[in-house]
Design a protein around this ligand. Structure first.
Ligand code: UGA
Length: 349
């Protein structure tokens, strides 16, 4: 099988490529702006990488959509701070560029596995979010945080409509706060624009305060990347068309945790980590209001727990990695990378 991954150097793309090359005889064709997360796969005979931009290298993309069997368009801005600072950038990249890819999959009759997001549920009040019955609840227009959710939601609806018309073979996946090595870079976290786990690890490493937005009582269900990739591999293999035309929440409801507890756990792990247990100073935990941390365009999501019944039933998938293990492995990877990487700073995502 030939798999096209746009955004192959990202968090999900890099882990997925590694797994595909290790476990299958498939070829991966990948594009991204840089290749710094692809150290383990660059040079592999079945890994075909081109440095490029999906907004520019359109001919390469169209040619490879025609050539490949399945397309994963993973290019997107996925950090809340950017939704507020550059909403049009989010719309242009996450929506417009991806819509073109979706339409080409229709034109060339190719299967698409599209990354929707847990964010589409917005401020849904259900105890756990269900793909087929939960309401998708967004805030008012000046709250630009929702432009990402809204862009993804409309693409979900477009894909669903093409599927209903019988012209697109698709699967929609909704990752719920996947974490692990290579999540975001510690450098972007310095500007406050990484996702929360990288943000807290960067605060620990650079001895800055860990900031709990609005007190940190909001929660997320953190999911280890290897569990997520297990599900993606099943979806790619698609035995008996188990994933065709389906939406899957891919998250770990058992790992639901408040942001306050997350900060405490990471601080404790850091203090006991062999590389830092003898440090003389550690980050303090402080509280900041959301307007100060993100700006006025922000609105938070207080609870986000996935129902994973559909993935359990159809994919026979169950996330296995506990929050403690997931955080320990994530923290470990960043600290090891940092300690071996002083001389060569990581390029931005
Ligand atoms: C994320 C992003 O939108 C996407 O990466 C993705 O689609 C989705 O959720 C996901 O990974 O499932 P969110 O979970 O709100 O959204 O993003 P984070 O930046 O990781 O923030 C999580 C929570 O921590 C928020 O309540 C935020 O206010 C809080 N936070 C964040 C802090 O308290 N302190 C910080 O330094 C950063």
């Amino acid at each position: 099988m030939k798999v096209l991954i746009l955004g192959v150097n990202g968090f999900i793309g890099s882990h997925l490529s590694t797994r595909i090359l290790a476990e299958t005889d498939w070829n991966v064709y990948g594009m991204d702006l840089t290749d710094h997360k692809l150290k383990g796969v660059i040079g592999h005979e079945r890994f075909h990488f081109i440095e490029g931009d999906i907004a520019i290298n359109k001919e390469w993309i169209e040619y490879h959509i025609k050539k490949c069997d399945v397309v994963l368009p993973l290019v997107a801005i996925a950090t809340p701070k950017t939704y507020i600072e550059n909403p049009l950038g989010v719309f242009e990249l996450d929506f417009e560029e991806n819509l073109r890819i979706i339409k080409q999959c229709v034109r060339y009759n190719k299967r698409i596995i599209f990354p929707s997001t847990s964010e589409v549920y917005g401020m849904c009040t259900s105890e756990s979010f269900d793909e087929y019955s939960s309401h998708l609840v967004l805030g008012p227009i000046p709250k630009q945080r929702w432009i990402y959710s809204c862009s993804k939601q409309l693409l979900d609806r477009v894909i669903w409509a093409y599927g209903q018309n019988g012209v697109l073979d698709f699967t929609l996946i909704r990752p719920f706060n996947w974490i692990g090595p290579r999540l975001d870079s510690l450098e972007t976290a310095k500007e406050g624009s990484s996702r929360v786990v990288t943000q807290f690890i960067a605060a620990l490493v650079f001895q800055q305060p860990i900031v709990l937005v609005d007190g940190g009582t909001q929660s997320r269900s953190f999911t280890y990347i290897d569990d997520g990739i297990d599900a993606l591999m099943k979806i790619l293999k698609n035995e008996g068309s188990m994933a065709t035309g389906q939406i899957f929440n891919l998250g770990n409801p058992k790992n639901n945790c408040t942001i306050k507890d997350l900060a405490a756990k990471l601080l404790d792990m850091y203090k006991h980590h062999p590389l830092h247990r003898n440090d003389t100073k550690y980050s303090e935990i402080i509280i900041q209001d959301a307007d100060t941390f993100y700006g006025k365009g922000y609105q938070d999501i207080y609870t986000r727990v996935p129902s994973i019944e559909n993935a359990r039933e159809r994919l026979r998938w169950e996330p296995k990695i506990s929050l403690e293990d997931a955080l320990r492995m994530t923290l470990d990877s960043f600290l090891i990378e940092k300690s071996s990487d002083h001389a060569s700073p990581c390029p931005e995502d």
